[in-house]
Structures are given as C-alpha cells and as structure tokens.
Design a protein around this ligand. Structure first.
Ligand SMILES: Cc1cc2nc3c(=O)[nH]c(=O)nc-3n(C[C@H](O)[C@H](O)[C@H](O)COP(=O)(O)OP(=O)(O)OC[C@H]3O[C@@H](n4cnc5c(N)ncnc54)[C@H](O)[C@@H]3O)c2cc1C
Length: 424
C-alpha cells in the first residue's frame, strides 16, 4: 500500500477520526484493517449513554464487514423483526415484517443498548489497530490556507495536543465540530420537531415475533411516540412532536410526558403498572445537513454530516453506511496521495441520494393526507419499494416509489447541500 503521507513523528497519523460513535468507529476500524495509521479521539469515557436504540436490517452488512456480527448475534439485545404503527385511537396496523420482503438473515435486526453497542464497535476499532484516546475533546480543526491539517485536542487531565494527518474525519455526531466551526449547519426547512424521552421498567411487551418490534404510535397533530423494548426489563419511550404542541401550557418535561400518555390508548395500556426510571431527555434542532460534506483534508460522516427525524430509525444505519463509504473513499485518496475535497464527490452523491430518499419518506409521514395503509392499498406493487426504504435498502433509484407517494403528499425538493467544498 502506498503511504504517501506517512511520517515518523509521534503526533502524525494517516487519518484522524473525531468521535467514537457508530460512524467514527466504523470508518476507523475499516481504515485500520487496511493498514493505515488511525487515531480516534473521543471526548467521553466509554461505555457512555446514547439515544438511538432501534436498528434497521441493512445495518447487518456493515456489521458483518466490520467482523462484529457474531458478537451482536450472541448478545442479549432483543431481536427486531418488524416495525408497527398504531393510530391515535390505539389501533395497531399490520406490522411490516422485514423477512416477508428480505430473504436473508439480515432481515432480523436488534434493539440495542447504545452504551454496549458503541463499546463493541469502539473495541473493534482498537482490535483493528486504531489508536483510541478517550476523554479527549477536540476543540478545533487546524487549518492552513483552508486545508485541514489536523486537530487541537485537550485531555481530561488538562494536557493539550496537536495531531496532524492528511485527512480528518469528523464523526462528532450532533455536536458537529466542523459544522459549528465553519457555520455549515443548515436546518431542514420543515422538519423542526423536538423530542422528549425517558425509560420505563416493567412496560408491557408484545409476544412472539412482536416481542422486539419498534412501535410508532401516533399523537394528535402528527406527533408520535416510540416504544422500543430493550434488554432486561427496560423500554425506551419517546415523544416527537412540534414544540408548540408539546410545550402548550406546560414546561416541565415529566409533566408534558405524562400528559401525553393517555393521548394514545396503546401506549397507555403498555405503560400500565410500569415504573419510569432515570432522567427525561430533550432535544431540539431536529433535522439538518451540513452545507458541505468535505473540504480539503476533511470529511464529515454520520450525524456530523446530516441528521434526519428518527421516525424510521435510520440514524445508526446512515452512520454505519457513511463510515463505510468514507473509509473506502479515504483509502483511495490516501493511496493516490490526494485528500482534497474533490476526492469525495462520489461519497457525497451516494450519501445525499440515500438521505434524500429517507427525507421524502419522513415528509410523507408527517403529511396529513398520507397513511401507509392507504398508500399500499392504492399501490400494492410499491409495497416492496416502501419496505426497502424501511429496511435501509436506500442507495438505489427510488423514483417510482416517490411518484406514487407524491399522489398523497407534497414531497420536498432536494436541498443542494452536502457536496464537497470544491471551489473556495
Ligand atoms: C431523539 C432521538 C432518537 C433517535 N432514535 C434512533 C433510533 O431509534 N434508531 C437509530 O438508528 N437512530 C436513532 N437516532 C439517531 C442516532 O442516535 C444517531 O443517528 C447516531 O447515534 C449517529 O451516530 P454517529 O456516530 O454519527 O454520532 P454519535 O453516535 O452521536 O457519536 C458521536 C461521538 O462523538 C463524540 N464527540 C462529540 N464531540 C466531540 C469532540 N469535540 N471531540 C471528541 N469527541 C466528540 C461523542 O461523545 C460521541 O461519542 C435518534 C436520535 C435522536 C436525537
């Protein structure tokens, strides 16, 4: 392998990855497997808490490539065979069983405790030769003539570092170090929900195949609950809705949460006799994309590049997939000794295509004229394409599906953001 950028200095690497979530650990491990000298900097000490527990079937293929699929299979994460939708009256629709569409063991996925899942991925990066420094916060990208040349970081002990590499991957999640430093965060014009979530012990579980299903239960005005059974006796329950709807007449998170529970009888029944545990979490600034996905010496992955409303549990899948695509693009760039922005045009095109498909489906979900049941009744031949979106088979032409969907709901125009910053 050509090592055009290799240096002997202690603080110089082939690749710096900022952030040890699914996107960063994936990219780092795959680059480590190809013999690159990779440094991963993570501000927390793992295992650390993270929201985003429900996986999509197509996560399987990246997990397999990373070499962790057997570990995940052997874990006690509940198996997820389907996603199901519940009306505001509490009526359950026919679940979308992934195996009815995908004849592969990937059709079974998992509800993961993210602290454990992310630890598996980070340990795997270490095992693949990546140098991991935890409790090390990156506070600045180091630039020279608009080329990113590395990062400045500070360890919890107060010790400061400067690390240099021809390419830095920003996998800092919603913190978005590059988006913040460069003012690249572009909020989605319409997807501006907020979310409040917490955990319950002893919530009711469906039986058999539906034991580990993700349930999306509607609230008035197109808000919704998620109900995600985790391992042990724990259930993750969250509300996503307009800020105005949630904060009407009440500011306290627990009170808002409990006010909404009776608004969906299925949720109310499932939480009967359960006990709320831990804190309430809240997040705003819901959907966004970075103006650019790359500049010279810099590439953005996972939530540090784009975040979409989590109604279809696409976040971890997109993080894994972008980590994988980024690793391939960076390997190629390092091999030819050119990590300039233009090397990441294909990466951008592929990611933006997948994100746009998911984004259209999210817009449809929030449209009052759209319902899955109505759509599938009218276009039974498109049920397969729809299920493809729900399982993560997104990186292909989805035009027929969205032509059908547009007969029910006005779909958004693609936004132009997310290309590499080729011209300065
Ligand atoms: C309310 C809500 C519900 C969600 N539900 C789901 C779901 O059910 N299913 C799903 O697939 N997705 C869900 N998501 C999305 C999912 O959480 C994310 O898409 C996913 O975690 C993205 O992975 P990532 O690796 O890009 O970022 P992260 O997982 O956020 O990892 C980023 C890492 O970078 C570290 N970091 C940040 N800043 C710095 C810094 N300056 N220096 C060093 N380290 C840094 C952080 O500590 C963190 O470990 C949800 C998100 C939200 C907000």
């Amino acid at each position: 392998m050509k090592r055009a950028f290799s240096n002997q200095g202690d603080r110089e690497f082939d690749v710096i990855v900022i952030g040890g979530g699914p996107a960063g650990s994936t990219a780092a491990a795959l680059l480590g497997m190809r013999g690159h000298r990779v440094l991963l900097l993570e501000k927390e000490k793992f295992p650390r808490y993270h929201v985003g527990e429900s996986l999509m079937p197509y996560c399987y293929f990246t997990l397999e490539r990373l070499g962790v699929i057997d570990q995940i299979k052997a874990s006690n994460f509940p198996r997820k065979y389907s996603v199901q939708f519940v009306t505001t009256e509490g009526k359950l629709s026919q679940p979308f069983y992934f195996f009815q569409h995908l004849d592969h063991e990937a059709s079974t996925t998992w509800q993961v405790m993210r602290s454990d899942f992310d630890q598996i991925l980070l340990d795997n990066a270490r095992a693949k030769g990546v140098e991991v420094k935890e409790e090390t916060l990156v506070n600045r990208l180091v630039k020279s003539n608009e080329n990113v040349e590395g990062v400045e970081a500070i360890h919890k002990s107060g010790k400061k570092y400067k690390f240099i590499a021809p390419i830095t991957l920003d996998a800092t999640g919603r913190d978005g170090v590059s988006m913040t430093q460069n003012r690249w965060r572009m909020r989605d014009p319409e997807l501006n929900k907020i979310s409040i979530w917490t955990y319950f012990k002893g919530g009711q579980r469906d039986q058999g195949l539906d034991y580990g299903a993700t349930t999306v239960a509607y609230l008035p005005e197109k808000g919704w609950f998620w109900y995600i059974p985790l391992s042990g006796d724990l259930v993750s329950v969250g509300i996503v809705a307009d800020k105005k709807y949630l904060y009407r007449g009440e500011k306290e998170l627990a009170k808002i949460f409990f006010r909404e529970i009776p608004n969906n009888p299925w949720i109310e029944n499932h939480l009967k006799g359960s006990q709320q545990v831990g804190q309430y979490w809240v997040t705003g600034e819901y959907s966004y994309r970075s103006k650019f996905c790359a500049s010279n010496g810099l590439l953005l992955v996972g939530d540090a590049f784009a975040f979409l409303d989590p109604v279809f549990s696409s976040g971890v899948f997109l993080a894994l997939r972008s980590g994988e695509l980024a690793a391939d693009a960076v390997h190629k760039a390092l091999s030819i000794g050119d990590c300039s922005a233009k090397q990441f045009l294909d990466y951008s095109q592929e990611m933006v295509q997948g994100i746009e498909s998911m984004r259209k489906l999210v817009y449809a979900f929030y449209n009052h004229e759209f319902s899955f049941r109505g759509f599938v009744q009218r276009f039974p031949e498109l049920r397969g394409d729809l299920t493809d979106c729900l399982i993560g088979n997104l990186f292909r032409n989805m035009e027929p599906l969205f032509e059908g969907v547009s007969e029910f709901a006005q779909l958004p125009r693609p936004v132009s953001y997310g290309r590499p910053q080729v011209e300065l």
